[in-house]
Design a protein around this ligand. Sequence first.
Ligand code: SF4
Length: 308
Amino acid sequence: MKIGIPRALLYYRYHTLWETFFEELGVETVISPPTNKGILDSGSIYAIDESCLPMKIFLGHVEWLIGRCDMILLPRIASLGRQGSACMRYQAAYDVARNAFRGRQIKLLDYNVDLRKNGGQIETFLSLGRAVGKKRAQSLHAYLAARQADKAVGTAELLHQQDLLRGDRCRILVVGHPYNVYDPYVGGPVLDCLRALNTVPIIADIVDRREALERSANISSTLPWAFNRQLVGAIDIYRRYVDGIVLMSTFPCGPDSLVNEIVVRRVRELPVLNLLIDGQEGSAGLETRLESFVDIIHFKREEDITLA
Ligand code: SF4
């Protein structure tokens, strides 16, 4: 049996967990390739016009997987319990894909996380194991191994980022959902450009998530969305160590438009660039905006040194 996993949306957050889980169970996985224009174009055909860019990309990845695997893993994350809720689009992803590809020969593997209703993460993985014909003990073993692998990757990323916070090069905190920041078609050009400008991108998603959730209240205590709360908490953790902040969002994202506005009003000591990516080709405008932003940061650094 082959399980297809779309390289989109929450893949960028949970891929170690999912891939290790299936590997431990001896189930082969097929991951769709990194996003390219063809994938975006095919997703745009199936998405409604009002869809956000990541949802269009997600549908493009699902389409790519059709005919290449036996089942496609489609997560539906509604609530992370006390951490908060998820954006409505994650919750709807499963039903949107099922509806968009009705009539095509696809079998979807449901992955429901609703910690308010269905118990913890472990329960969802046990039911995933059942859906691929594995016994409870096998699934439990696979889940524990997956958790361990996920934790090891998270710790290594955090240590690497702590290294980047040392030294005196200009550091820019990049704040965005992992499926935007790490997708080579969406966030890739931004990270490449920041590096080419001799700055060090610090990724807000790489953070102690528990601490970030607590610290988010220092900027806003009323945000309903768990993932946005973690990003806001990461800003509070990293604000002392960076020279500027890039808020990377995709069009049209409801949660980000509200959260970014709050950040701009409440984080006043740092230059903040609000970058809205719409998936259009061409990077000239992007480069110009980032160059100007980095210039502003250098002027501010020089000014701070003169005043010190
Ligand atoms: S948070 Fe924004 S970008 Fe992400 S799925 Fe929701 S609307 Fe789309």
